[in-house]
Write a protein that binds this ligand. Sequence first.
Ligand SMILES: NC(=O)c1ccc[n+]([C@@H]2O[C@H](COP(=O)([O-])OP(=O)(O)OC[C@H]3O[C@@H](n4cnc5c(N)ncnc54)[C@H](OP(=O)(O)O)[C@@H]3O)[C@@H](O)[C@H]2O)c1
Length: 321
Amino acid sequence: MAPTLKLNSGYDMPQVGFGLWKVDNAVCADVVYNAIKTGYRLFDGACDYGNEVECGQGVARAIKDGLVKREELFIVSKLWNTFHDGERVEPIVKKQLADWGIDYFDLYLIHFPVALEYVDPSVRYPPGWHYEGDEIRPSKASIQETWTAMESLVGKGLAKSIGISNFQSQLIYDLLRYAKIRPATLQIEHHPYLVQQELLNLAKKEGITVTAYSSFGPASFLEFNMQHAVKLTPLIEDETIQKIAAKYNRPASQVLLRWATQRGLAIIPKSTREPIMISNLQSIEFDLAEEDVATISAFNRGIRFNQPSNYFPTELLWIFG
Ligand SMILES: NC(=O)c1ccc[n+]([C@@H]2O[C@H](COP(=O)([O-])OP(=O)(O)OC[C@H]3O[C@@H](n4cnc5c(N)ncnc54)[C@H](OP(=O)(O)O)[C@@H]3O)[C@@H](O)[C@H]2O)c1
């Protein structure tokens, strides 16, 4: 079982969890069930992943079969951009909880600091980025309005902890001025090509736990045929990473994951292959020498894959600009 990190909300969060993005609906319930069987306790979901019903089915089966109790799981979900208007937050959380078949999230995050016009779930769910066709339609909700609604979820028992994702320092400084409940976690893209040291420094100083996503860098984005992902050497195949892996007699993937956890982050790798799931969970079982951590950190090139403009036919929403 993975070690835990103490959140500023007082709860313990497993340091190694399981990512649910791009887990196909057809296999999702089985994948979640198997992940629980192999020892995962944290599941990182989202409205946008379009598979929360199936995730919940996997959880329900695991609980029914006595593999785990609800309180032993740490279930994370996220608020999609079209639900940022204050009055939209609670109803959509309730729908997401119903989809999962649970009555609280352990952690609920603002997925992106982008407020888009509301799309009713009966019209399209998950709503995605576009209002219709290629049109991106902003909403007027400020992050303060959304965060205040997020805070009310804690009081109502719908989320034990709340946090943010894809936020950068300037907006975090602003949020901390008015937050009555501070974000427990910040979830960010983090891999050796995107080390984000200053953002990590800020999070550490402010007591915000950081979760890394897309820990293998370009690997997760090849299927979108993103040119800058395709052109780069896959981190798992990189010669230096391979050499470090050989030194510890571990797969390169475990080195990439351990580099993140040794930097104090939580990780949420996704794999639908059972031996790989197990291997990713085992990445916590060895230590890299400080010099190897430093060598990997020196890979930094500031290359980001998960930004809205990479997914659109037209360039819009430069939120990391
Ligand atoms: N907040 C956000 O905006 C955001 C954005 C992106 C991701 N996330 C979260 O973070 C999670 C992880 O990120 P991710 O899904 O982008 O990427 P990831 O976990 O870095 O990698 C996923 C890809 O690598 C493969 N893989 C996994 N473990 C491997 C290993 N040990 N060796 C070789 N290949 C391996 C997987 O394929 P197979 O399944 O075929 O094994 C998959 O194609 C997501 O599932 C999601 O929960 C959040």
